[in-house]
Ligand binder design. Structure first.
Ligand code: GAR
Length: 193
């Protein structure tokens, strides 16, 4: 299956850029139809437009209710004929209505070995707990935060010398590898896992 990807970002966009590059280099068959940011200040916006990718800012602060924000988002993704939504550092929790509408068509990357460390500040918590392994997970998005079916994971060793910054850097490198691996897998499996 060849997807039309809609990548949702809120910040830096390194995963996004990596997916764009993989598509350009035909490492994956799917194409990036659009990048949407809920944050007008996201650094990823410029990076995507520099690559000639369609970029849309849907500023969540301009909507008084999440339903209105999500309606605009859905409408735009439908307009761009997106058939797989890739969350890549998208820091807004999507409502159960949105998730139902896009059932099994949203995947997310999370910087921990789920089900450990759901939510925010994963690296801080991993260091504080003294875990010896951490990593990243790509999973389908369901109505509960970071709880959908796991598609694949990558592991990193956590050393006593690691801090939040070094752990984040190590995991981000693995994230880039993992997201592409998962997209290739879904292409092969027609989205069935
Ligand atoms: C990544 O580490 C991603 O796993 C994380 O935000 C970072 C975005 O980096 N996502 C979450 O924490 C989602 N809960 P990027 O913008 O450079 O791809």
């Amino acid at each position: 299956m060849v997807y039309k990807l809609g990548i949702l970002i809120s910040g830096n966009g390194s995963n996004m850029l990596n997916i764009i590059e993989a598509s350009r280099k035909k490492i994956i068959k799917s194409k990036v139809a659009t990048v949407v940011s809920n944050n007008p200040l996201a650094l990823g916006i410029k990076k995507a437009s520099k690559k000639g990718i369609d970029v849309k800012i849907i500023n969540e602060n301009k909507y008084s209710h999440i339903n209105d924000f999500e309606n605009s988002l859905s409408k735009y993704l439908v307009k761009k004929k997106v058939d797989l939504i890739c969350l890549a550092g998208f820091m807004k929790v999507l409502s159960k209505d949105f998730v139902k509408k896009w059932n099994n068509k949203i995947i997310n990357i999370h910087p921990s070995l789920l089900p450990a460390f759901k939510g925010l500040n994963t690296h801080e918590r991993a260091i504080r707990e003294g875990v010896r392994f951490s990593g990243c997970t790509v999973h389908f998005v369901n109505k509960k935060i970071d709880s959908g079916k796991i598609i694949d994971q990558e592991i990193v060793k956590v050393f006593k010398s690691d801090n939040v910054g070094s752990l984040q850097k190590k995991i981000l490198m693995k994230e880039h590898k993992l997201y592409i691996k998962v997209l290739k897998y879904l292409e092969r499996k027609n989205g069935e896992i």
